[in-house]
Ligand binder design. Structure first.
Ligand SMILES: Cc1cc2nc3c(=O)[nH]c(=O)nc-3n(C[C@H](O)[C@H](O)[C@H](O)COP(=O)(O)OP(=O)(O)OC[C@H]3O[C@@H](n4cnc5c(N)ncnc54)[C@H](O)[C@@H]3O)c2cc1C
Length: 432
């Protein structure tokens, strides 16, 4: 009988399996996709790994840096001082330093000062739980006024494609506080790509356990309040395991779908959690196009994307001058999501031409489009009331993953932390 079953082979699932392995507990990890890594997975193009969505290591991301050390990858980690910018009404604005922020014309001088003061206030403490029930719009209109709110509202829209009154101020202040300390102008990357972390974890997990890709979990059977069997589909066949511990790092809507017999109250609570989808195009280019590594595109009603990341500035190992990532967050029910890949790419390219005033298509070498239906949970006001606990009310079922990072943002480090935390919880309970 398999003792521990880990569902999902993204960073959270891999971190959970890795923590169990380090403690001599064998596990079976099931991942639906052909490759491991989930949101942080990569394409193999011309013999090198390219992240499916732009990925950099954030300067203050202690959990990711620790894993990099554990996996002996420190020698491959490097940092680059790169430019961050905004694009609004046909103009580019640098946003890489405090001075450049003070010169940020799209909002008034007073608005910039108020914005700066809000960020300073956010940095004064690390826990903003007290703002859990307050929405961003109310909080900012009261504390910063309308001008600074214009910029804050854009940041919320860009991240969640959702009105600011439906997003918790606890998330915003946590992002401006702890997270903005991490998002300095220093961006980290690994020789060999982010894939090195994924493969490093996988190799260590495989020493004590088993990893299966192309293994889609189809049912978690709960009997008399306890996990009974887990079914998964592999090569068109339904297989069964009878674990005594299940760690789910599946997106919450997927967990709800496969675990039909969850207790009613628990199910109703989890049903409050909505996710946002993302579309991220990766385009290989024969020249660099953007002067910025990270460009925020503010005219949301005019352009179909919110961010453009030119990885040629960060990734020193590319076999061609650049890879540009173009990203949009949305609902998976939106009509834009329903469009065929080719149409989305055409639309992105024509708007890139407009933004950079150059024929990007002329420099196009290849493209891929990554669709993530569960890209981030929407951190609504009072999210903490339904955020899943590590230990579920079902005996033997534990939960990790990006539904639990709140009020902190979801990034590689917070995903890894939830994976390690859920495994530590299991270890603590099963050792006693
Ligand atoms: C566009 C974008 C850009 C980002 N950029 C950065 C960045 O620059 N820096 C940074 O630090 N972080 C970044 N992140 C965040 C980071 O990628 C995530 O926080 C992290 O990868 C989440 O890991 P996870 O394991 O919790 O979730 P996921 O990666 O979503 O893992 C869940 C796994 O479950 C699997 N699964 C789903 N259904 C089933 C099923 N039925 N059976 C089996 N398996 C199933 C999925 O295939 C997936 O592998 C970015 C994210 C996005 C979307």
């Amino acid at each position: 009988m398999t003792k521990a079953l880990v569902l999902g082979g993204g960073l959270s699932g891999l971190a959970a399996a890795y923590t169990l392995t380090k403690n001599e507990i064998s596990s079976l990890l099931l991942e639906r996709d052909e490759t491991l890594g989930g949101l942080a997975s990569s394409y193999l193009i011309d013999g090198s790994y390219v992240p499916k969505t732009y990925h950099h290591v954030m300067y203050g991301d202690a959990a990711t840096l620790k894993i990099i050390r554990d996996l002996n990858l420190e020698k491959d980690l490097y940092w680059r001082k790169l430019k961050v910018g905004f694009y609004s009404k046909n103009k580019f604005y640098d946003f890489s330093s405090s001075i450049s922020i003070l010169k940020f014309k799209p909002i008034s001088m007073w608005g910039r000062v108020k914005f700066g003061l809000l960020v300073l206030r956010a940095r004064r403490k690390s826990n903003w739980q007290e703002l859990d029930g307050v929405n961003v719009e109310d909080y900012c209109l009261k504390t910063t006024g309308k001008e600074a709110y214009k910029l804050i509202n854009y940041i919320v829209q860009a991240k969640f494609a959702e009105p600011s009154n439906n997003v918790s101020a606890a998330w915003l202040m946590s992002r401006f506080g702890h997270e903005s300390k991490s998002v300095s102008d220093q961006f980290g990357y690994l020789k060999g790509g982010i894939e090195q972390i994924i493969q490093g974890l996988a190799v260590r997990c495989a020493k004590k356990g088993t990893i299966k890709t192309n293994a889609k979990v189809t049912r978690i059977n709960v009997k008399r309040g306890k996990v009974d069997k887990v079914e998964y589909e592999e090569n068109g066949q339904i297989k069964e395991v009878e674990p005594n511990i299940v760690i789910s790092t599946l997106p919450v809507p997927v967990l709800l779908k496969v675990a039909e017999d969850l207790p009613d109250e628990y199910r109703r609570s989890l049903e409050n959690i909505r996710y946002k989808a993302s579309l991220c195009a990766a385009v290989g280019l024969s020249r660099r196009v953007s002067p910025f590594y990270w460009l925020n595109v503010m005219d949301l009603d005019r352009h179909p994307f919110v961010g453009v990341f030119e990885h040629g500035h960060l990734n020193t190992e590319l076999k061609y001058p650049s890879v540009m990532f173009v990203v949009k967050y949305l609902n998976s029910t939106d009509s834009f999501w329903q469009k065929p890949d080719q149409e989305i790419i055409e639309e992105f390219l024509s708007h890139l031409n407009e933004v950079f005033d150059c024929d990007v298509k002329e420099h196009l070498l290849w493209w891929r489009l990554h669709r993530a239906e569960y890209s981030t949970p929407l951190f609504t006001p009072n999210y903490s009331k339904f955020m899943p606990e590590t230990k579920s009310p079902v005996e033997g079922l534990y939960v990790g993953g990006i539904s639990q990072t709140y009020p902190r943002d979801r990034y590689m480090g917070t995903a890894l932390q939830t994976g390690m935390a859920v495994a530590e919880k299991v270890l603590a309970e099963y050792r006693t």
